[in-house]
Design a protein around this ligand. Structure first.
Ligand SMILES: O=P(O)(O)O[C@@H]1[C@@H](OP(=O)(O)O)[C@H](OP(=O)(O)O)[C@H](O)[C@H](OP(=O)(O)O)[C@H]1OP(=O)(O)O
Ligand SMILES: Nc1ncnc2c1ncn2[C@@H]1O[C@H](COP(=O)(O)OP(=O)(O)OP(=O)(O)O)[C@@H](O)[C@H]1O
Ligand SMILES: [Zn+2]
Length: 475
């Protein structure tokens, strides 16, 4: 039996760590791919929680939901129970996000037990591959006793890959000659229209949060250029605009776009938005085109294929509807949050505008049930605004479709491809983040307004020029 025992789903020995390689990370988790020989782990990734450096690791596994959070999620089975955050995370995906986004595109994974020894060995093995700024900020939470085992959505496995070759000769199982996948973090795909947005922030009704945030990120040195990607294009439901969005994402991938070839990252940054720190994001367009053409696809055709799959699947329609559960915008939801935590509203406390105060007083007079519903839906929408979509494509060698895949035809080549689409990173957002959301929102909009007045805007990616001076950190 392997060092990981299937019946107990435990990764305990330090020696088990060598079978796992660094695949990527976000702000909260590190994801490892499997390169060992246990059949039931082939094609899986392990998603391990991180802890901020200097922050206290979680004693005895992951923490519990707060009392207020349990109140918010009281109707959702295990979410209301005083179980660990891991159990809550699975319940949130299974009972909330699955219904909203569709079972076919959701994979909550399973919880496996991981030992401190195993996690410490992993930490040592992967350190040199992590982006340095992520290493400075966070490390694996070695006291967290569980991790998620999830299918690797950057590959398509028809059958267990080890059995696959053997079986395909015997039974004619479709065999894939390559697998190419994209990961897209679409961010918020609509413009808010809430009556609770203050008049001074009216710009939020016609400029996307993504675009405004780009200006702040650029100013803070988090990105090296302003992206030309417009989430409204991606979510438009129109083929040409979707294609425009995919092209813009390719031109400026940041943490919004990645390409994997047979499970390996070939384009886009590892580990997040600091796009200027990772050599992979600087691989030339030509090198990527060469890698992709080894699969018989020109780069342009590949981007067309991705657009076609997004358009044909309609998968973003459900994501958009889920994001739109944020009806009041944070400028409305923040007041309701203070109703729930039964504390004086910090926003109203600092307001002198009588008309606005009156408007917000209506929110403060809502019942607890109504307040809970509003904040619950705000948090669900926050997850939908931050998740990513992975779409993996393959062409079967004998031209047949794998039964569990959808198919898309690339008209320009008259070629059909199998694809699977999955949402990843459907984490439940902590309630205590509401105050931070409000602050960040105001920071983003204030910064954008300030620079709008100064007229000189940084250049958009692909327009050729260097970043503009108006947003230089010293300005
Ligand atoms: O607030 P945003 O829009 O900047 O989103 C955060 C993301 O930043 P982004 O702008 O996508 O680069 C941020 O991504 P990066 O760390 O920048 O890759 C996280 O996804 C963060 O979520 P969490 O703290 O891990 O739960 C995200 O926080 P949430 O707002 O989704 O809670
Ligand atoms: N099921 C999966 N299959 C393949 N790759 C995955 C999978 N889950 C995550 N990854 C890779 O690992 C990276 C980090 O994972 P994830 O987005 O879940 O981390 P996170 O810390 O929760 O992110 P965020 O910063 O958005 O909170 C992803 O960007 C993706 O490249
Ligand atoms: Zn208030």
């Amino acid at each position: 039996m392997s060092h990981l025992q299937q019946e107990q789903l435990m990764l305990v020995r330090a020696d088990d760590a060598k079978d796992w390689f660094y695949k990527g990370e976000g702000a909260a988790n590190i994801v490892l791919g499997y390169c060992g020989s246990a059949l039931f782990l082939v094609g899986k990734v392990l998603r391990i929680q991180k802890v901020a450096k200097g922050g206290s690791p979680s004693p005895n596994g992951c923490l519990y939901l707060s009392d207020h959070e349990r109140l918010i999620w009281k109707d959702i089975g295990e979410l209301a129970e005083p179980t660990s955050k891991d159990v809550a995370a699975t319940a949130f995906i299974d009972h909330v996000m699955r219904n909203l986004l569709g079972s076919k595109h959701i994979d909550a994974g399973i919880l496996v037990h991981v030992s401190k020894k195993f996690l410490e060995a992993v930490e040592g093995n992967i350190k040199s591959q992590r982006p340095p700024w992520r290493v400075d900020a966070s490390k694996i939470d070695v006291l967290c006793e569980s991790a998620f085992l999830i299918s690797d959505h950057s590959i398509i496995i028809v059958l267990n890959s080890i059995l696959h070759d053997a079986l395909s000769t015997i039974s004619g199982t479709p065999k894939h000659d390559f697998c190419i996948a994209v990961e897209i973090k679409p961010k918020c795909g609509f413009l808010p229209s809430s009556e609770y947005i203050a008049e001074k922030n009216a710009v939020k009704r016609h400029v996307t949060r993504f675009k405004m945030h780009q200006f702040l990120k650029f100013h803070q040195g988090e990105i090296s250029q302003i992206s030309g990607y417009d989430p409204l294009d991606l979510f438009s439901g129109l083929k040409d605009r979707i294609h425009l969005a995919i092209t813009a994402l390719f031109a400026s991938p940041q943490n919004n776009f990645r390409i994997f070839l047979n499970g390996s990252l070939i384009f886009g940054g590892l580990g997040g938005s600091m796009d200027n720190t990772d050599v992979r994001s600087h691989k030339s367009g030509e090198a990527i085109a060469d890698l992709i053409s080894a699969c018989g696809l020109q780069l342009g055709s590949f981007l067309e294929l991705v657009s076609e799959a997004i358009f044909g699947s309609g998968i973003l329609d459900r994501l958009l509807a889920t994001q739109q559960l944020d009806v009041l915008d944070i400028e409305g939801a923040i007041h309701v949050y203070y109703n729930i935590i039964s504390q004086p509203c910090v926003v109203c406390k600092n307001l002198s505008d009588a008309e606005l105060l009156h408007r917000y007083s209506l929110l403060h007079s809502l019942s607890l049930e109504d307040s809970l519903k509003i904040v619950r839906e705000y948090l669900i929408a926050a997850t939908a605004k931050d998740c990513s979509l992975m779409i993996s494509f393959s062409r079967t060698a004998d031209g047949r479709n794998a039964s569990d895949c959808n198919s898309v035809v690339l008209k320009s080549l008259n070629q059909s491809y199998n694809y699977k689409a999955y949402f990843i990173d459907l984490d439940l957002k902590p309630l205590e983040k509401m105050a931070y959301y409000y602050k960040l929102d105001q920071k983003i909009v204030n910064f954008y307004k300030m620079n709008d007045k100064m007229e000189g805007k940084p250049s958009i990616s692909g327009s050729g020029g260097p970043p503009g001076e108006a947003l230089d950190a010293s300005s």
